[in-house]
Design a binder for this molecule. Sequence first.
Ligand code: NAP
Length: 285
Amino acid sequence: MDMTGKTRVCGVIGDPIEHTLSPLMHNAAFEAVKLDYVFLAFKVKTAELENAVNGIRALNVRGLNVTMPHKTSVLKFLDRVDLSAQIINSVNTILNRDNKLFGFNTDGVGALKALRENGVELKGRKVLLLGAGGAARAIAYAMARESDELAVLNRTLKPAQELAKLLEKTVNKKIVAGMLSSKEIQQNLQDSDILINATSIGMKPKADESLVAPKLLRPDLAVMDIVYNPIETQLAKDAKAAGGKVVSGVEMLIYQGAASFEIWTGKSAPVEVMRQAALSHLQKV
Ligand SMILES: NC(=O)c1ccc[n+]([C@@H]2O[C@H](COP(=O)([O-])OP(=O)(O)OC[C@H]3O[C@@H](n4cnc5c(N)ncnc54)[C@H](OP(=O)(O)O)[C@@H]3O)[C@@H](O)[C@H]2O)c1
């Protein structure tokens, strides 16, 4: 990668940030489409968030990804926020256009694209979503719009109820909210077509954990686990063994990254290059 005086800078801010795969995916993508861009990771503490966002303008940084714990607190420092990011109160992508900062959230479109590109359609389907955290909120909004029915179960009931209430007002559909118990999972799975795990359960180092008993998985149930480390979670292994379609969290990671890439560059993202960059790193760790 040859950097020049014209090289445009993109990056990701968060804390911690050392684990991020975004520099690998985006630098591989910039190189593949021969863009004079570079992507860096910046560890930004909460107390420094406002300074960091002002630094985007001062240094003419083209765009940023935003990760934990800044996805909500960053909104107040932006000039404009896209409607879906406003609704879920979470931004994961910033674009600097002529010194005006625009906020977006690509997690929902990333999840939708991951499902569709892997042959899972939403129309006429019921989705059961496990989790009501940051990523789950973005996914819930996308699913509430695109699917026919949505149920959200969370370990802590209140965020699930608040999310369901917010979505009901926005999409004008009934959204079920409940506690993340084995009984609720079993009941809700009976008539669901798609199951999405958007909790952190199954993530390394506790990679053998799953919230769903294998006997509840069926060949006609499509499963997406948004956890991407390990590449194949316990839930994904169990769903595969039951004969169902499985969509990996790596797919969502790639498509949310691809959507950010397109916002910053205006060019189609080289999805296969991004996939290989992410997979080759994840296979090593
Ligand atoms: N594939 C992708 O592109 C992508 C994108 C973003 C995130 N992710 C992954 O998605 C996962 C969640 O990320 P996030 O940013 O949404 O995190 P988050 O905002 O902290 O939310 C965590 C979620 O997991 C639930 N949870 C945590 N520990 C639990 C436990 N022991 N039992 C049951 N539920 C539990 C939380 O429930 P409570 O509300 O009760 O705490 C909450 O719903 C992480 O593994 C992250 O790496 C993947």
